[in-house]
Design a protein around this ligand. Sequence first.
Ligand code: ZN
Length: 323
Amino acid sequence: MRTSKAVSYLLSAILLFGLFSCKEQTKEVGSYQTVATVGMIADVVRQIAGDKTEVEGLIGEGVDPHLYKPTGSDVKKLQSADIVFYNGLMLEGKMGDVLVRVATSGKPVHAVTEAILKSDDYVISDEEDHYDPHVWMDVSGWIKASQVIGDSLAAHDPANIDYYENNTYSYIQKLNKLDDYARTSIASIPEGQRVLVTAHDAFSYLGRAYGLEVRGIQGLSTESEAGLKDISDLVSFLVEKKIPAVFIESSVSQKNIKALVEGARAKGHEVKIGGELFSDAMGPAGSYEGTYIGMIDHNITTITNALGGKAPEKGLNGQLTPH
Ligand code: ZN
């Protein structure tokens, strides 16, 4: 028994060594291509993979992923990628067919929400049983997604497994700090004003994680139109609860939010636009708000200060652009 165990360890060590040395010969720095659908995923891949891979995000700043149709060049990028990450839970509603085609070609294609979906009661659904895809709004949800990304990169490029594991660990440490910041900041808002009104239902995970009541004019996807009744119901709610601010989103039209402000004014309640939130897309590439941490820091800081709580103007890391 002992001997055979020792032999099998030795064998696997040889096999692993063989695998590693072979990979080291064929894989150079940045020698494989990663394609991600949304920026939030592309950013996590960059944080974890550093210069080991070249990362391309398909859906850019200010673009709505619910409505995004892949272009011919996107399809080519997906086909020539070595590894692909997407959110899943139907966020990329119009990309499903292409992703399935790419996956059946044998390429590693990973939904970063696969671990979340396995933990039964984490995923939020609406009355029609549509999954809410916006899991990045709760930092603990995105920690699970980051772990999936780290594990998948390590499996794809095992020669650098330690590198990916260390980077995943230190990135998750930063996310834990962000999670704490979000919880403390939102808790500083006076209790009756912990209400977040936005253009579409992208913030339910945020609300559940940090203690905010969330109301969106449109549903989980921006595909459906908001009705007049939805808007007049929300106006009454704002007036009744004396909510001081509502929020616009960088990737969704401001039309409905402006109708809310007008409606409340007509009933004698002045509600201001508390700022622009990043719901389904990040800020400009190369800026702090163009990273996942910067995006969430911006949202939490903006919401907290507009609803009467206390958060530093430049946010958790002192890097936000003041407005
Ligand atoms: Zn959305």
